[in-house]
Design a protein around this ligand. Structure first.
Ligand code: GDP
Ligand code: MG
Length: 663
């Protein structure tokens, strides 16, 4: 995981090569990386979808997911971190801790994922190991401990010193496939000693054994460092830091060795938290192969024929032909095929045990986030949450005869991608596709033409607004009409007002307010009221951060009708939204621009003219990092403007920060 361009895919390709999975190193720059297998990935040279693969390293199978770095594809990162047992954060030795690296790091924090840091690109001009190490420590709570240091830097970067074993490692052969271990050369001994002492000091904070030896001035042997690192990595207390250059084939094999040595194997995670499917009571799952089966579907690739599900297995054994229980729909699904995944390639297998990541072909009822299990011991895992789309685009088939095919293709794409949403304007026939950013939607429209051979007219990207209210309103409504041949009446009074930003939408009945109606009617009112917030009073965008309080509800009918209560609740909320001073909220982005010093004035001038308030300017060598908040609507086309303001030398990245009132 990492910011875009740190070298994740390049590193993964080396792993596949050294482990014998591929016979030739795939290169991102030549469009031959096996992990970036989609057309759009090979053309753009970026990872868009997280590709799962596996390899054998010293008789252990290692499951690997290479994630995208661009913030538009954050859902791919989220679902990957959800099912993995460890994460290697890749940092560029020049760029350091870039914004998206920070984001994914915090995502990994949420799952308490053991972590390594790999400082890559040490061969580049301007690379420094100590500065990036310091940045990692500054930004992530002093968790990092270098277990290696580089020998030489930039074009003279030649190998690494392993501080644990006290060896000098070089990577020989055509593609660095031969790891040569030698004693530390005399001229690097002093630097190695200092760095090893720093490692020991850092570990001593968490380890009595090491602290004792350190205080007594005794040597700390390699095997004690090994075992303590293993423990502290699993406890998420220490992040070992590695050095290398994937492109130059330096440092990849030791990283893999450490994956085996220090990351937990699935068997090392004995109590996996889950919930009973029946009553949501906590349950724990143990990774035994003869336990009842439990698996979690974290991704799917949709097609018109059969869908391919990516599943992490947690317990039990699953065989082809087995039927498994799907708690969400209370139904059984049959496992038609099981597949080992090698990015785009697959290989059939007959069965799978716990702690694996495999492909599964089965019926279409499964969605991302589903748990599969056995019926008599049904459990579910906590749901994954994904960010809401902030940008949308109108789509229209060039030829009306393609209308149905377009709908079909869009359905497939939205089924795969939980950060996409689709709506349709019945009047104009336009489809409105909403997603995470310009790149996200652009890639999707290309996929429509490439994979689905569809010609579409694409509108300009538009911001997806939210709405809220700024004052309180009280509304009484009543309903009196015939429903299915009998008179149905309902009336109610509710108060609607603003809640704190980020509080979400709530519905509450005041004590006694619903005393006169059956509980099912109150449930209908609640559901309809919350649903009606989905269309705001300004432009029909979802209304957020509002509190609805029901103060009175009644019906003179013998058997009140829930449709009448639904209708009256909807009418009341719509009127209350209009009366409560509704306002538009727009997405505000957290923007980071990196430019050479000489262009800083011009770039800041441009940011100011967009209404941005510069928060901070940092120096990194001769480059300046400008941090600024700007509404998303002001950022359309920024890439082009930045290019001209900086003679093509500036770069920027942005991610959603919060919603704010639109002025
Ligand atoms: P990702 O976005 O993290 O997957 O990064 P990629 O693996 O696609 O690499 C981005 C770019 O950096 C490509 O042009 C790579 O060739 C280049 N690259 C990756 N690793 C290194 C490295 O160690 N040194 C240098 N100089 N370039 C590298
Ligand atoms: Mg990549």
């Amino acid at each position: 995981m990492a910011h875009i361009d740190a070298g994740k895919t390049t590193t993964t390709e080396r792993i596949l090569f050294y482990s014998g999975k591929v016979y030739r190193i795939g290169e991102v720059d030549e469009g031959t990386a096996s992990m970036d297998w989609m057309d759009q990935e090979q053309e753009r040279g970026i990872t868009i979808t997280s590709a799962a693969t596996s390899c054998y390293w010293k008789d252990h199978r290692v499951a690997i997911i290479d994630t995208p770095g661009h913030v538009d594809f954050t859902a791919e990162v989220e679902r990957s971190l959800r099912v993995l047992d460890g994460a290697v954060a890749v940092f560029c030795a020049v760029g350091g801790v870039e914004p998206q690296s920070e984001t994914v790091w915090h995502q990994a924090d949420r799952y308490r994922l053991p972590r390594f840091a790999f400082i890559n690109k040490l061969d580049r001009i301007g690379a420094t190991f100590p500065r990036v190490l310091r940045e990692i420590n500054d930004k992530f709570g002093n968790c990092a401990a270098a277990v290696q240091i580089p020998v030489g830097i930039e074009s003279a970067f030649s190998g690494i010193i392993d501080l644990v074993t006290r060896e000098y490692l070089t990577f020989e052969g055509d593609a660095g496939e031969q790891v040569v271990r030698q004693p530390i050369p005399a001229e690097h001994q002093a630097a190695a000693d200092t760095a090893r002492l720093e490692l020991i000091e850092r570990l001593a904070d968490h380890s009595d054994d090491i602290a004792l030896r350190f205080l007594e001035g005794e040597d700390v042997p390699a095997d004690l460092l090994q075992s303590e690192l293993r423990r502290l990595v699993r406890d998420c207390r220490i992040v070992p830091v590695f050095a290398g250059s994937a492109k130059r084939n330096i440092g990849v094999q030791p990283l893999l060795d450490a994956v085996l040595a220090w990351f937990p194997s699935p068997e090392d995670i004995p109590d996996i938290p889950a919930m009973s499917a029946k009553d949501h009571e906590p349950a724990t799952i143990h990774p035994d192969s003869d336990a009842p089966f439990v698996g979690f579907v974290f991704k799917l690739v949709a097609s018109t024929t059969a869908d391919l599900y990516y599943m992490r297995t947690y317990a039990g054994t699953l065989k082809i032909g087995d039927s498994v229980y799907l708690p969400r729909t209370n139904s059984m699904v049959r496992v038609k095929r099981l597949l080992r995944l090698y990015a785009k390639q697959v290989e059939p297998i007959d069965q799978v045990g716990p702690g694996d990541i495999v492909g599964l072909i089965g019926p279409k009822d499964i969605v991302t986030g589903d748990t599969l299990c056995v019926r008599h011991k049904a459990v579910i895992f906590e749901k994954m949450t994904f960010p809401e789309p902030v940008i949308s685009m109108a789509l229209e088939p060039r030829s009306t005869k393609d209308k149905d095919r377009l709908d079909e293709a869009l359905t497939l794409l939205t089924r795969e991608d939980p950060t996409l949403s689709l709506s349709r304007d019945e009047n104009t026939g336009q489809r409105l596709l909403s997603g995470m950013g310009e790149l996200h939607l652009e890639v999707l429209t290309h996929r429509l033409s490439r994979e689905h051979k569809l010609d579409v007219n694409v509108g300009r990207p538009q911001v997806v607004y939210r709405e809220t209210v700024t004052s309180e309103a009280e509304v009484s409504e009543s309903f009196d009409r015939e429903i299915a041949g009998s008179r149905a009446r309902a009336s109610l009074t509710l108060r609607l007002g603003p809640a704190e930003r980020g509080a979400g939408e709530s519905f509450e009945a005041e004590p006694g307010a619903a005393a006169g109606i059956p509980p099912e009617m109150l449930a209908a009112v609640r559901e309809s009221a919350l649903e009606s917030l989905g269309a705001g009073a300004v432009l029909g965008y979802p209304t957020v951060d509002v509190a609805v309080r029901l103060t009175e509800a009644s019906s003179p009918d013998q058997t009140p009708n829930d449709l009448a209560f639904r209708a009256v609740a909807g009418m009341a909320v719509r009127r209350a939204l209009e009366a409560a001073s509704p306002a538009l909220l727009e997405p505000v982005m957290d923007v980071e621009v990196i430019v050479p010093d000489e262009f800083m004035g011009e770039v800041i001038g441009d940011l100011n003219s967009r209404g941005g308030r510069v928060e901070e300017v940092q120096a990194r060598g001769s480059a300046r990092i400008i941090k600024v908040f700007l509404p998303l609507s002001k950022m359309f086309g920024y890439a082009t403007d930045l290019r001209s303001a900086s003679q093509g030398r500036g770069t920027f990245s942005m991610q959603f920060s919060h919603y704010d009132f639109k002025n």
